[in-house]
Design a protein around this ligand. Structure first.
Ligand code: MN
Ligand code: MN
Length: 465
């Protein structure tokens, strides 16, 4: 038996321990992470858009006994309800044992993801091919969205007030769509463009058909044939695109990655990789101490604007309703409330390490990431959590033996980004970002580690107690 040196003993006492979480996890934890990933992948496949994710969340919540919020109804500890904000954002509320004036616990994730939205007048014909014009949503690297199979999801809201849902391209027996790119043989000029401009916004045109309607005189016969199909299938005309929300998303399903199947590859993991654990934490916490509010927000990828985004009164009014139910002062409730802004951070990529500052970067399999601040150019545009609140979260995670790490979104001045944290902080709530590290964030196929996803769930469940 060898004795450790005085220096080694002192190091163990004083140095921060930074270690792969899987190394410390027992087999049952790894098995539980594997099991959790199954439900998560199913959620991803059923939730390609904010509307579908909202619907999935409500379905899961209803099965767990949540019912729709009824104004005027008296809620008591143990009651569970959901609030559906226009089918695009959802709140789940678990009424807790403690009076809400002592604060509620808020977990806020977002369910919108980067994609290609159809323009209001999208359909056109060129060289006897039919295409859709798109306007990308969120921060995408445009070149990544060419030559991959795309599905079309969303709704037509018709003039008669009915809403026609659309989902085509997910099943293998359905057609899908594609944005075409140049062949390398003829890309000499295009190859001189910068990467940001390699594919321009107006070049993200989606191929949707080629058969002409049989006629010898008329023009635009391919476009006509597509409209004929759409009219038969959905009862729409070209004008119905004007009041539609149709989104092109990658058509592939969530898959395991690696010989060891330790990773998950999928579209839309930012931020459904936090939304799903947040939903599961809510449904698996029947009687929380503090009232738990789980927010699944829309519009985060374009700045949280709009009435389904978190820079709206949506959350504030939910807290007001919770306060009103108990005859409490809602400003007091907000002041004492705590929030996890559940969003992803960038994992360090072995191939692109130089954008990270290694001592403050997040790594796959190191567990859930705490991000004290996001922002850019000297912390601009972040709420920057207080030392005291980070201390609270740190203690909570360590006491529950949950693998966690800290992360910063890349090197200082390498770029930056933001989350919903600052909008919740603006309400006077303590908030810090907590989430899952992701490789290829905002790409059509993003990578996460099953272990980290499960640690995010355990963290949110602990927070909900
Ligand atoms: Mn996000
Ligand atoms: Mn994002």
């Amino acid at each position: 038996m060898s004795e450790i040196s005085a220096a080694e003993a002192l190091k163990q006492k004083l140095f921060i321990e930074h270690k792969n979480g899987v190394l410390r996890a027992d087999d049952s934890t790894i098995a539980a992470a594997e099991e959790f990933a199954k439900g998560y992948k199913e959620f991803l496949n059923n939730s390609k858009t904010e509307r579908e994710a909202a619907k999935s969340a409500i379905e899961i919540a209803k099965k767990a006994g949540f019912s729709e919020f009824v104004r005027g109804k008296k809620y008591k500890a143990g009651d569970k309800y959901f609030i559906n904000n226009r089918g695009k954002a959802v709140a789940l509320v678990n009424v807790g044992k403690t009076p809400c004036e002592q604060g509620v616990r808020i977990t806020a994730a977002h369910i919108d993801s980067p994609r290609l939205d159809l323009k209001p007048n999208p359909l056109y014909e060129e060289l006897e091919l039919a295409l859709f014009k798109t306007h990308y949503y969120g921060g995408i690297r445009k070149y990544q969205w060419t030559a991959v199979p795309l599905a079309l999801h969303g709704v037509f809201a018709k003039k008669d007030g009915t809403v026609q849902e659309v989902s085509i391209g997910e099943n293998e027996n359905e057609p899908c769509f594609v944005v075409n790119d140049l062949l390398p043989h003829l890309a000499t000029e295009q190859a001189k463009r910068t990467l940001a401009e390699a594919i321009k916004g107006e070049e993200l045109n989606v191929l949707v058909g080629s058969y002409p309607f049989k006629d010898d005189k008329e023009s635009e016969l391919v476009k006509l044939n597509i409209l004929k199909i759409l009219n038969e299938k959905y009862g729409v005309t070209e004008a119905d695109f004007l009041s539609a929300e149709l989104e092109c998303v990658p058509a592939f399903k969530a898959r395991d990655i690696g010989f060891d199947a330790s990773l998950i590859g999928s579209y839309g993991q930012d931020d459904r990789v936090c939304a799903y654990p947040a939903i599961m934490a809510a449904v698996n916490t029947p009687m929380p101490n503090h009232t738990l509010v789980t927010i699944l927000a829309d519009k985060e990828e374009i700045g949280s604007e709009g009435n389904t985004g978190l820079n709206s009164a949506f959350l504030k009014y939910i807290i007001e309703d919770i306060a009103e139910n108990e005859g409490a002062n809602y400003r007091e409730v907000l002041k004492n409330s705590k929030c996890l802004s559940a969003d992803v951070n960038a994992a360090t990529d072995p191939t692109f390490q130089d954008v990270m500052e290694r001592k403050n970067a997040a790594y796959l399999n190191y567990g859930v990431v705490i991000t004290k601040y996001t922002g850019a150019r000297g912390k601009s545009g972040t709420s920057d959590a207080s030392a005291e609140y980070v201390g609270f979260v740190r203690q909570m995670l360590d006491n529950a033996n949950i693998a966690w790490q800290t992360g910063e979104l890349g090197k200082v001045d390498a770029g930056g980004g933001g989350t919903v944290a600052m909008y919740i902080a603006n309400l006077g709530v303590d908030v810090v970002d907590l989430g899952v590290p992701v490789l290829s964030m905002h790409a059509p196929f993003e990578t996460t580690a099953k272990f980290d996803v499960y640690m995010a769930y355990l963290a949110m469940k602990e927070f909900a107690q």
